[in-house]
Design a protein around this ligand. Structure first.
Ligand code: SF4
Ligand code: SF4
Length: 447
């Protein structure tokens, strides 16, 4: 008997199963399921270069993804479901097509090979022709967006299964690039070993992608529900050097070298979509000290941090994305909210023509040699010690439900939602014994 047949709503089951947005910051999915929308969109765009996990998940688990979509549509009262996937992912497209229901309620949304087609604002526009109001969410225009892995988790949740495993790709400078599933909590070191180890002397990981991911050399850290994949590069790779330059240097170089050519704005995906993001104006704020910068900062407020301006557009190799990051922090601290800059809300006439092909981006990033398949592997890496951060989602941390010495089972709740707060449950991915409880619950595997 499925958990749904017990009469509980999908939102309840998603909350119990700890389902969150697998493709972003980990927004708790049960909150999205409480609204009403006419369209549900699956985000399988996977526009970050080199990553393949969403594509292979859709290839191998198409039926569950489609089931998750149907359940989600029923939960929010939607009549239309669209599965967003790049046209070039032929095998996954065929697998999804074969799993579509005959009634036509769910269809494919075939996307071009551009970056960042997976930006929620861009995806909603591609699916519905509607522009999310500045600072708004898809629900404001009658849409709900789920990552495809979250749809798989929803299908599992309907059967009473919690989130215990994660799909990911490990690629870049590794002996054997692979895509596979692992128990949440597995340390990065085990993933690296599973892929034959690094092929460079001083490896660092770009976690979640080359454009929007963060960089770390801590291979003891665990896989969380939002870890999309690892791209391994040497610390001396120009992309790593550029990304890890101290912020003071980024600001100083920008202040002295920006010639206001405005290429960063002209190629900004959000600007092209009709939002008033103008990073070249935000760069001017670097020249102000205590006054004036707030005026320039407002043009960074709708920036989605895609990184195109810094890593592709700027001919001087400056850091407009980081200036927008700074601007958003400054505006938040000053309590200044989006009030609009008066620009008409409609896509730029050159929206289609100025989109950034992923192939060009890969070359510019210096990743051409690593643009390789990372085939699905049914085997899994194994480790001794697993880590479960109680905060691996948007909202308040979960509250620990176990103590040191407790014997725990795969699927057991380690962290519970605090009463009345936005949060998500955390479940154990392996059978074992709790060896530490703090901000992270550590479990030693016993099997
Ligand atoms: S593209 Fe570079 S140089 Fe040109 S305005 Fe933007 S930050 Fe300045
Ligand atoms: S990171 Fe740059 S290109 Fe991307 S949205 Fe922000 S300003 Fe635009």
């Amino acid at each position: 008997m499925s958990a749904m047949s017990t009469g509980r709503s999908l939102a309840d089951l998603a909350r119990e199963a700890g389902v969150v947005g697998a493709g972003g910051a980990g927004f708790p999915t049960h909150v999205k399921l409480a609204g009403q929308a006419d369209t549900v969109i699956a985000n399988g765009a996977e526009c970050e270069p080199l990553l393949h996990k969403d594509t292979l998940l859709m290839t191998h688990r198409a039926a569950e993804v489609v089931r998750g979509m149907a359940l989600s549509m029923a939960a929010v009262g939607a009549q239309r479901g669209l599965l967003g996937i790049k046209r070039k992912r032929e095998e996954a497209v065929e697998a999804l097509r074969a799993a579509l229901p005959a009634d036509g309620s769910i269809d494919l949304l075939l996307l071009g090979d551009f970056y960042p087609t997976g930006d929620e604002y861009d995806l909603v526009y591609a699916a519905t022709g509607r522009l999310i109001p500045p600072g708004g969410i898809p629900l404001n225009v009658g849409a709900v967006v789920h990552n495809v892995e979250s749809l798989l988790w929803l299908a599992n949740a309907a059967d009473g299964l919690p989130v215990t495993d994660k799909w990911l790709t490990v690629t870049g400078a590794v002996a054997q690039p692979r895509t596979f599933t692992v128990p949440v909590g597995t340390p990065f070191s085990a993933l690296l070993e599973f892929c034959g180890g690094a092929t460079v002397p001083d490896p660092v990981a770009m976690i979640g992608g080359a454009m929007m991911g963060r960089i770390s050399d801590d291979f003891d850290q665990p896989v969380t529900k939002t870890t999309g994949g690892l791209i391994i590069l040497d610390r001396s790779h120009p992309l790593i050097v550029r990304k890890t330059l101290p912020i003071e240097s980024k600001r100083r170089i920008g202040k002295s070298a920006c010639d206001q050519c405005s290429y960063c704005t002209e190629l900004c995906p959000r600007y092209l979509l009709g939002y008033d993001v103008q990073p070249h104006k935000v760069m001017r704020s670097l020249g102000f000290l205590s006054t004036g910068s707030a005026i320039q900062n407002q043009w960074g407020q709708m920036c989605c941090a895609c990184g195109v301006c810094t890593l592709y557009s700027c001919p001087e190799s400056l850091f407009p994305k980081e200036a927008c990051d700074d601007a958003k922090v400054a505006l938040r601290e000053a309590g200044i909210k989006w009030s609009g800059t008066g620009r008409e809300q409609k896509a730029h006439a050159n929206y289609e023509h100025r989109r950034l092909p992923v192939k060009k981006l890969v070359k510019k990033l210096g990743l051409y040699d690593y643009d390789q398949p990372a085939p699905f592997s049914p085997e899994q890496p194994s480790a001794v010690r697993y880590g479960y951060p109680l905060s691996q989602h948007v909202g308040a941390p979960a509250e620990a439900q176990v103590a040191v010495g407790d014997v725990v089972r795969r699927g057991q709740v380690l962290g519970e939602l605090p009463e009345g707060k936005l949060s998500a449950r955390v479940h154990c991915g392996v059978d074992g014994v709790v060896v530490e409880v703090g901000a992270t619950v550590s479990v030693e595997r016993r099997s």
